[in-house]
Design a protein around this ligand. Structure first.
Ligand code: ADP
Ligand code: ADP
Length: 226
């Protein structure tokens, strides 16, 4: 299980840019939180601060109630997915998904089981022997998700994972991602500038503008409709 609490988090970059301004936000265990706002409003910076890839200038990050500001990224139990997939092109799909397990020293039989389970759940069980270059965009994003969840993270961070896909595929994967995440029961922060994505996927939406959190609530609370 993982809960996230950000307390008065501010990020000022060395050039003086205030990317995040006194932001406080709670993500409950198993909650699907969508961080919504226009490009440049600070969404990715928030995600990178939660992941430990960026230090807050001011404020606290708590994971499961514990102060995590000084916790290394690898100890945070977090998996991340980005829009550019970042798959290893020379490895097969199976080896891509298994890679985090290999790093963690999981033995080969167990790796095979986990990869089959995850690939089956994502509908890519038939393409495990292919390389990323032989896949469609949707399949590549499924592989990236498989690699992210294979170690059963407590927290799943996604940064515009669908923005490089065409609109039909986006709609399909929206449903698939929210279904998968709910099945896993993993707490999720999902960054997007797409309001339709936020409305269809979120348990709660956090709306950001110019580094400031403007509103947070269920889609109905925030937009007056589900
Ligand atoms: P810090 O303030 O954390 O030291 P830097 O200003 O040194 O950050 O930049 C860190 C990285 O972010 C560099 O790779 C840089 O190219 C990139 N970067 C700098 N300015 C911006 C910007 N306005 N938007 C996005 N990335 C930037
Ligand atoms: P979003 O994810 O909403 O597009 P970002 O978090 O990437 O926004 O960026 C928020 C603001 O911080 C932007 O003005 C961006 O240019 C700036 N920024 C991001 N990274 C850096 C950096 N390393 N150095 C300086 N400015 C940055």
């Amino acid at each position: 299980m993982t809960t996230v609490a950000l307390r008065d988090v501010t990020k000022i970059f060395s050039d003086g840019t205030v990317a995040v301004d006194a932001l406080s936000l709670d993500v409950a265990d198993g909650e699907f939180m969508v961080l919504l706002g226009p490009s440049g409003c600070g969404k990715s910076t928030v995600l990178r601060i939660v992941a430990g890839l960026e230090d807050p200038s001011v404020g606290a990050v708590l994971l499961d109630g514990e102060l995590a500001n000084d916790m290394p990224p690898r100890d945070r139990g977090i998996a991340m997915v980005f829009q550019d997939f970042a798959l290893y092109p020379h490895m097969t799909v199976g080896d891509n998904i298994a890679f985090p397990l290999r790093l963690a020293g999981v033995e080969q039989d167990r790796r095979g089981e986990r990869v089959s389970d995850v690939a089956g759940a994502l509908g890519i069980g038939e393409v495990l022997a292919r390389r990323p270059g032989q896949l469609s965009g949707g399949q590549r994003q499924r592989v990236a998700m498989g690699r992210a969840i294979v170690r059963r993270p407590g927290l799943f961070l996604m940064d515009e994972p669908l923005s490089n896909l065409d609109s039909g595929l986006r709609a399909e994967l929206r449903a698939e991602i929210s279904g998968l995440v709910r099945e896993l029961g993993v707490s999720t922060i999902y960054v997007t500038h797409d309001q339709a994505e936020a409305l269809t996927m979120a348990d709660r939406v956090a709306i950001m503008r110019k580094g400031v959190l403007q509103d947070v609530g269920t889609p109905t609370q925030v937009y007056g409709r589900p």
